[in-house]
Structure formats: C-alpha cells, structure tokens
Design a protein around this ligand. Structure first.
Ligand code: ATP
Ligand code: MG
Length: 450
C-alpha cells in the first residue's frame, strides 16, 4: 500500500538518515483502508531533505516540513520534532527538532496516529496504537486533559475519528473533552469547519453529530458565539449547530424524515459542499434565512453559502407548494415557477438530494412512496423546462412595452415574468410573433389587472 513512498524512505536512508511513514497513512494501512496522504518523518533536517531530492517545496520549513515530489506524487517529509510552548490552546509556533522517532511520536494526538513504519515494514508503536485500533478505541497519547489543553482542535479530531471510523473514545478522553470543551473557542473557525466537513463526508455523519451534541463541543466554537457577528448569526449558530436542544434525541428517534436527511449524506458522495450543508442545516431545523447567515458565520465562501441556502429555500418553497396545491397540474406549474426562480442547477441539486433522502428513509414506506411519486414527476418537469431567464425569451422588454401600448411601469416586469413562466411551462411557444400577439390581446388585460 505504501509502496509509492518507499523510494523516498530509501533516499533518506541511503543519505544516512532515519525515515519512517507516520500518522494517518500507517493507521489506514493497518486498518485496511485506502491511504490518501503520505506523511514521512525523518531525522534529516529540512535543508538536508531539500538537498537529497530533485524536486521539493518548502511547505512549512519553519516547522520542519518539506514536500517531496517524486514519481508523480507528493510526500510531506517532516523532521522529527517535539512541540512545546503551546499558546492559547493552539498548535505551537515554535518547534524543536529531536533525534529519535519515539520522541516525535509522543507529540501526536492519538495512539492510532502515533505509529511509525519503516522501510522493511517494521512498526514502532510505543503507545500500543495497534491494539486500540483493534478494539476500536480513540485514546490520547499521554494525559488527555493536557493534550486538549495544548491544542483544543484535538477534541474535534477525536469526535471526527470516532465518527468516521465508528470508534469509541475511551472514558478518560471523553471526560477530558467535557472538561476542556470551552477551549474550542480558541481555534480558528476554518479548522473546526474542516473537521465538521470530514464528519459529514464520512460513512455515518449521524454518529458524529450525536457525539457533538452529547459533548456540547460545538456550542463553544467561535462561529457559535461571537458578539463579533450580528445577533441573528450568533443565535442561528448556537441553535442550529451547538445547542443542547435535545438534538440527538430529535435526530435519532423522533423524526424519520429528518434522520433521512443525514442518512442521505453518505449516499451523495461525492457531493458539492453546498449540498452537504443544506442537508445538515435542514436536519438541524435551520430555515433558509438562518442557513445563509449561519454558513457565513462558519466562514464559507459566499457562493457556497448562497448555494446551500438556496437549496434549503427551494425545499421550503416546494414543500409549501405541495401543501397548498395537491393537484398535479398546479404542482407542475409550481415546480416550474421555482425552477425558473432558483435556476436549473439548484433545482437539479435538490432532485439529487431528494433521491438520496428517499433512499435513506427506511421504515417509513408511505412517506417514501409518496415522495418517490412526486420526485419522478419533478424530474420530468426539470427536463422539460427549456428557458430560465428573461434573456432567453424570444421577446425583449421594449418589444413587449410597444406591443402593449402602455406607459412603462411595474406591470411590465410582472408581465415578462408571466410570459417566461408560460413559456417555461410549455403553455406558449417561445416565438416572438406569438408572444407579442399574446401581449396585444390577453396579456394586456393581465397586465392592467395586476
Ligand atoms: P486524515 O485521514 O484526515 O489525513 P491524519 O491522522 O493523517 O488523518 P493529518 O491532519 O493528516 O491527520 O495529520 C497527520 C498526523 O499528524 C496525524 O496522524 C497525527 O499523528 C499528527 N497530527 C495532526 N494533527 C495533530 C494535532 N492537532 N495534534 C497532534 N498531532 C496531530
Ligand atoms: Mg493525513
């Protein structure tokens, strides 16, 4: 599995240094999981690493990390180091290089992440990480309280690994996490968010969210607090992603449709982040307006925030249409109206999402069958709609104005919107002549009535 990196170890060893695979790649290989990024620890100092390889990037040279490019792959090569002087419960700014791999392993977060593997497959496992992996346990290297005190992100990582591997945190770790959870407020939102993303991308996001809920950890995240944000954001952040409001209870037991929202996540991989977050936010009960603010407070790029909130709003509007219009004809018109208003892409994302939600909804057959019938229709309507914007309409505003023979006013944009919807729904052809005729006769009355 780690064959690709072996030449890197060989070069380092031939250069007279010690070198090992470490961290996630050793853990994943041992667990029989796909290995995605390759970390190598070495006794060579960064400048020596740079000298030994043809192509390197000084990724984090002050921390001892050099990226080696070899055989079309990138390897993070880090000099054995020890971390001290943690300030503000975050990773230290300064590091000290050390001579032995055992010393380097001591700074790592969990026993399963503190195993080194040499070129001949020999394992250095001073904290017995293998037996914790075998038993499915997450355990800190050293005293959990101290390790979380040093770097509060480790608490999020513990929950993330518990969630993605289906492991259990050992008691002492969990207790330390409960005691130290308020320190998460020192960690940059982006880093907390990345752990959340990994939970959502994992095979069982519900487990991670339930753990987060039980721990109360997220309530202490910067994004869930801050008077730095407008109040609404703080409220939304606290309520939707951190509050104790019996979230797990709600998600796990009471509401199968909501559970299905989370169950859909693994079915959607790979899903654009907007899709993932729209599901999470809805599962947590954040309405469209709150969703958008919430995502901003979690430092999402504007576009992702808008897309995710758009999907939530689309779903809400569609729900309202279905409630108000039981007939298929009205539903079709309602759907097409939404597709035109939100755009083809958002509607398409919603369809994809809904398919996964239905698939994930077990044990509620009536709900699922009804949903499937609606979805089949909606997917057909989605394909049928050909125009989405006024630009695509065969007539311009000026032409409509002239044909109507009236003074301009708000009626014009309303009429244009009506024409667009009628064309999108296939009630009128997208043909200049026909549309103008329609305006001259029927459209005129419509316009003056409204
Ligand atoms: P992933 O599968 O997400 O890559 P990983 O364990 O490899 O998981 P990385 O963030 O790639 O995580 O870190 C590589 C290694 O660095 C970890 O296995 C661990 O040994 C160490 N490490 C990472 N973050 C921390 C931390 N906050 N505190 C201590 N050690 C850490
Ligand atoms: Mg890794």
């Amino acid at each position: 599995m780690l064959v690709q990196g072996e030449n890197v170890l060989r070069v380092l060893r031939d250069g007279g240094h010690q070198a090992f695979f470490v961290g996630g790649c050793v853990r994943d290989e041992w667990m029989g999981r796909p290995v995605h990024d390759m970390d190598i620890a070495t006794s060579a100092k960064p400048d020596e690493v740079v000298r030994l390889f043809e192509r390197t990037v000084p990724t984090g040279i002050q921390h001892g990390t050099v990226t080696v490019l070899m055989e079309g792959q990138a390897f993070e090569v880090t000099t054995f180091r020890k971390e001290s002087d943690y300030a503000d419960h975050r990773r230290p700014a300064s590091v000290e290089f050390v001579d032995a791999v055992a010393e380097d392993l001591r700074r790592r977060d969990f026993t399963m992440n503190a195993i080194a593997r040499g070129l001949d497959g020999e394992l250095i496992d001073p904290f017995d990480g293998r037996s914790d992996i075998e038993r499915g346990l997450i355990r800190c290297v050293g005293v959990a309280e101290e390790r979380f005190e040093e770097d509060a992100l480790r608490m999020m990582r513990a929950v993330r690994f518990a969630s993605t591997f289906g492991f259990r945190p050992v008691k002492s770790l969990w207790k330390a996490l409960l005691d130290g959870r308020d320190k998460l407020g020192y960690i940059a939102t982006e880093r907390v968010r990345m752990e959340l993303e990994k939970i959502l991308q994992g095979p069982d996001p519900l487990r991670g969210l339930a753990l987060l809920e039980r721990s109360g950890l997220l309530r202490h995240a910067k994004a869930a607090q801050g008077p730095a944000e407008p109040e609404a954001v703080a409220d939304a952040g606290g309520e939707a992603l951190g509050a104790e409001a019996a979230l797990a209870q709600r998600l796990l037991h009471r509401e199968p449709p909501r559970r299905a929202l989370l169950g859909a996540l693994p079915l959607l991989e790979p899903a654009p982040p907007a899709l993932r977050w729209s599901l999470l936010l809805q599962a947590l009960g954040a309405p469209g307006e709150a969703a958008s603010l919430l995502l901003k407070s979690w430092t999402f790029p504007n576009q992702t925030a808008q897309e995710a909130a758009g999907i939530v709003r689309f779903d809400e509007a569609w729900e309202a249409i279905q409630t108000g219009a039981p007939g298929e004809r009205e539903q079709r018109r309602g759907w097409i109206g939404l597709q035109v208003a939100f755009g083809r892409e958002t509607a398409g994302l919603w369809l994809r999402r809904q398919q996964a939600v239905l698939q994930a909804a077990s044990g509620d057959d009536a709900w699922r069958q009804a949903g499937q019938a609606v979805l089949t229709n909606a997917a057909r309507w989605h394909r049928e709609v050909r125009v989405h914007t006024l630009k695509e309409l065969a007539v311009s505003g000026g032409e409509v104005l002239q044909a109507a023979g009236r003074k301009g006013g708000p009626w014009l944009s309303e009429l244009l919107r009506e024409l667009l919807l009628a064309v999108a729904a296939g009630e009128l052809p997208n043909d200049r002549q026909t549309l103008l005729q329609h305006v001259e006769t029927g459209g005129k009355e419509n316009g003056s009535n409204s």
